[in-house]
Design a binder for this molecule. Structure first.
Ligand SMILES: O=C(O)/C=C/C(=O)CC(=O)CC(=O)O
Ligand SMILES: [Ca+2]
Ligand SMILES: [Mg+2]
Length: 393
């Protein structure tokens, strides 16, 4: 089991109550945990000891059974944990002393492209002779199906991939990517599945989506730029996608819901939303400890409810463990872009780190951390966890 031990520990306070899967030192089996402050409450042990009716959901140590159990059970478990925090403290251990592993089995993985600022920037860089946004962009949330089996937990080393690329002089080369990039994204974890043939409308979003995680969609830009026409991203992204070990329940984000930017033109009926799911989140990106960007999720054009409605409008069924990511989160201002491609403008304006070195793209040994927070109504910020990864050769 690849996991992350002794990573920078997030303080979750006592109300966010994110879930994880963890392994205690000297043990092989995983347990389900809930984050409280900088500790983990061992739910697998706590509910078994108390012969709780839901103990069976946590026995296997992954979130899979809880995800599949559906929104009523999610609510009951969260209510129980919140009401019994003091009593559960006997099952609490410091998060820094355990190994955090992939919290659920990723079923299908889809990546969207929901930031207008990111899509415009990439359009300018990849297709300088065309319009920044493609003609379909404001009519549907563009996405592609990624590779579920290479979604890895935070802390997993990322080996620099090799692939084909076209050199400046037009020759076709094969070798290690020279343009390894990060993409800061928010991930949405599907719990309750749906039936084949039945679209999930925007208003049913919270009946299916369990919670959010932080995603780094590692990308080899030179491989991507050569291979993506006409079917979209393939090997330039499928080598690895990192996720935070914590899944924050949607219920913890109720106070972070905001209106998304105005959508113009009005989308077709199945994408219209009366109760919008804009979210006031921020993704802070650091390379080797230097913060290079603070990307505002509030700027995202398409909401996760619209992405889910679009993903299923053709009747494609959802399964517990499906993961869909927002796409790179970029804001309009300087220092708000969610990729080095944009921050360095395809390498032409390298980013300076605190040690004086510069980065167009990632070098071997670089450590990338993306930490997410949510701002609740009233201004209080809560931590949502982080995703880390170090590049190896
Ligand atoms: O060809 C393009 O316009 C670019 C596509 C991507 O980089 C795909 C992607 O991962 C989308 C995103 O993260 O926003
Ligand atoms: Ca992406
Ligand atoms: Mg990826």
């Amino acid at each position: 089991m690849v996991g992350v031990r002794g990573a920078r520990v997030t303080d979750f306070g006592r109300t966010t109550l994110p879930y994880c899967s963890f392994v205690r030192p000297g043990e092989a089996r995983a347990r389900v945990g809930v984050g409280v402050g900088t500790d983990v409450v061992d739910l697998t042990a706590a509910l078994a000891t108390r012969r709780h009716a839901y103990a069976g959901l946590f026995a296997a140590g992954s979130l899979d059974p809880l995800l599949a159990a559906g929104p009523r059970t999610w609510h009951e478990v969260r209510t129980y944990v919140a009401a019994n925090l003091s009593a559960l403290a006997e099952h609490q251990v410091p998060a820094s002393g355990v190994e955090l592993v992939l919290p659920f089995e990723v079923a299908d993985y889809v990546d969207f492209y929901a930031s207008e600022h990111h899509a415009s920037n990439v359009g300018r860089l990849f297709r300088p002779d065309g319009d920044a946004l493609t003609p379909n962009w404001k009519h549907l949330p563009i996405g592609y199906h990624g590779r579920a089996g290479t979604v890895v937990v935070s802390g997993t080393p990322i080996r620099r991939p090799s692939g084909q690329m076209r050199e400046r002089d037009g020759t076709i080369a094969f070798g290690p990517t020279a343009k390894l990039d990060l993409e800061a994204e928010t991930g949405f974890v599907v719990g309750a599945g749906s039936s084949l043939g039945e679209p999930v409308p925007v208003e049913s979003f919270d009946q299916h989506v369990f919670g959010v995680c932080v995603v780094n969609d590692w990308s080899a830009r030179d491989v991507q730029a050569w291979e993506y026409v006409p079917l979209g991203p393939f090997l330039g992204k499928s080598f690895a996608t990192s996720v935070s070990p914590w899944v924050v329940p949607l219920a913890a984000l109720a106070g972070a819901r905001i209106d998304p930017p105005r959508r113009d033109p009005d989308p077709v009926a199945y994408l219209q939303d009366d109760e919008p799911w804009g979210l006031d989140l921020e993704l802070e990106i650091a390379v080797n400890g230097t913060v290079v960007s603070r990307a505002p999720y509030s700027e995202m054009y398409w909401t996760p409810a619209q992405m889910l409605a679009h993903l299923t409008v053709n009747g494609a069924a959802l399964r517990p463990g499906d993961l869909f990511a927002s796409g790179t989160v970029s804001g309009p201002g300087p220092g708000q872009q969610g990729s080095l491609l944009e921050l360095s403008w395809n390498g032409s304006r390298p980013v300076t780190l605190d040690d004086g070195s510069t980065r167009a793209f990632l070098l071997d040994g670089d450590r990338v951390t993306i930490a997410a927070t949510a701002r609740l109504a009233g201004g209080r910020r809560i931590a949502l966890g982080q995703v880390e990864g170090q590049v190896t050769s």
